[in-house]
Design a protein around this ligand. Sequence first.
Ligand code: RTP
Ligand code: MG
Length: 140
Amino acid sequence: MAIERTLSIIKPDATRRNLTGAINDRFEKAGLRIVAQKRLWLTRAQAEAFYAVHRERPFFGSLVEFMTSGPVVVQVLEGENAVARNREVMGATNPANAAPGTIRKDFAESIEANSVHGSDSPENAAIEIAFFFAGIEIVG
Ligand code: RTP
Ligand code: MG
């Protein structure tokens, strides 16, 4: 199995509740290595650019509002099958549908304030990692 990298974001609802360490513990226990990490407060322009694929969705304005409501922690996670592995650890978008033991089941507040983001394909992971990190900031 190939070693992959994925882009993760610990969202404002989770940083506000001081859950960064608890969430990182889930990643590390799942065999995902945090090879880059920084805390940012996204501007409106940055959040709109990051979520540009969702521009036409009805929740876009609210999502941008939420993602700029407090600090986020952006990270690169590395490991076997990291994109799919991270999405398993995260659980379903809506915490009401998330499996027991997943981050969203245990920590998310709502379908929007759902504590974490993870890239949905290796192709998008490469784009999203490049959005936030220079190569020199990623130490595998
Ligand atoms: P993410 O991109 O954050 O990893 O989450 P995802 O793939 O599971 O969900 P996606 O469909 O890509 O949606 C991106 C984020 O938008 C918010 N959302 N709100 N109000 C709603 O119906 C709704 N649907 C999605 C969530 O914060 C979701 O993670
Ligand atoms: Mg998504």
